[in-house]
Design a protein around this ligand. Structure first.
Ligand SMILES: [Zn+2]
Ligand SMILES: [Zn+2]
Length: 338
């Protein structure tokens, strides 16, 4: 038995509150991870606000978990005690549904998300399926690894699977939690990188992160600005405002795609005429598997990509969550454990 502190939500719409839990030893295929840092993601609202039906409470949120293996269950290969590991949105797949049988693990019909399907990383310890583990490189601190496990993999994977090639014009819509990583990845993948945001406040930051061009969408029509640069092969839409997404679609080059990773329930209004002439399109992108997380972290070490974070101690998870939800954090909130 391991006694651990957790910040749990006891009811939909509740607050993360301190509690003590007794965790048993890891079961077959499971590992016990001592958490060193856990990112606070906008999707934690599914659990905290109760946006997703079927969540069992009390539940511990958190799916940007960075730590170290403390114990392994039976049949766990090849992970060993003491290894540094991370767990992101991908918390395991069933192995028997059709997408799994086709090798498309992130599309698993029974996919498990830490902090939603089982207790997540707002805690000193978590029990997780071994299939969800990604190895953390030595040169990456836990506080930097954590945001890469959801915000990082989401933008990294969406860009590398977008079909854009080195030298192509790629725009990142939004310079926030996702976008500040998207700009860094786009630049380092060799794209001519455009950052689009509201106002001039973020221009210097966007250029520091690697943007070749900056478009203030309140001062100019962002679609026209992209067309004047030759048109974007890919637009990575990281904002949560569908109106802002609709406003840039016209900046795609023929055959270009807008890849949507900013989560919103609100409808996006795009006239069919905006898509037909250039055979352009709008697609979504789900984050990626544990191996994709590992790729994201390795690339980040190789090419010096790091999240900008504000840290809060575990017991201040509620304040950290509020800070994230306010949209004012620069740019990701990370909980740290002693
Ligand atoms: Zn997330
Ligand atoms: Zn499956």
């Amino acid at each position: 038995m391991t006694t651990t502190r957790v910040m749990q939500v006891t009811t939909p719409g509740g607050r993360p509150e301190l509690a003590e839990r007794e965790l048993g030893s890891p079961g077959r295929g499971e590992v016990l991870v001592r958490v060193e840092a856990c990112g606070v993601c906008h999707s934690d609202a599914f659990t905290v606000e109760g946006w997703m039906p079927g969540i069992e409470y009390p539940r511990v949120p958190g799916h940007e978990i960075a730590g170290r293996i403390e114990a392994v269950g039976d049949d766990v290969v090849p992970w060993t005690v003491g290894q540094r590991v991370g767990v992101g949105w991908f918390g395991g797949s069933c192995g028997h549904c059709e997408p799994c049988r086709r090798g498309d693990l992130i599309s698993c019909e029974n996919g498990q998300v830490p902090g939603i399907a089982f207790d997540g990383g707002y805690a000193d310890h978590v029990l997780v399926p071994a299939g969800a583990l990604a190895s953390i490189p030595d040169d990456l601190a836990a506080v930097d690894a954590a945001p890469l496990l959801c915000a990082g993999i989401t933008t990294f994977n969406a860009l590398r699977e977008s079909g854009a090639r080195p030298g192509d014009l790629v725009a990142v819509l939004g310079v926030g939690g996702l976008g500040h990583l998207g700009v860094q990845f786009a630049r380092r993948m060799g794209f001519e990188t455009v950052a689009i945001a509201r106002g001039t406040e973020k221009e210097d930051r966007a250029r520091e992160l690697g943007a070749h061009h900056y478009v203030d969408s309140t001062a100019t029509d962002p679609a026209e600005a992209l067309r004047s640069l030759g048109g974007a092969v890919t637009i990575l839409a990281t904002v949560t405002a569908p109106d802002a997404m609709s406003a840039v679609v016209g900046g795609l080059k023929p055959r270009g795609r807008m890849v949507v990773v900013g989560a919103s329930e609100d409808p996006m209004q795009i006239p069919p005429f905006a898509l037909i002439p250039g055979s352009t399109g709008v697609v979504g992108h789900a984050s990626g598997t544990s191996q994709d997380s590992e790729d994201t972290m390795r690339f980040s070490v190789l090419h010096d990509v790091r999240p900008m974070v504000e840290t809060f101690p575990l017991e201040q998870a509620a304040a950290g969550y509020d800070r994230m939800m306010s949209g004012d954090a620069r740019f990701r909130v990370v909980l740290t454990m002693e």
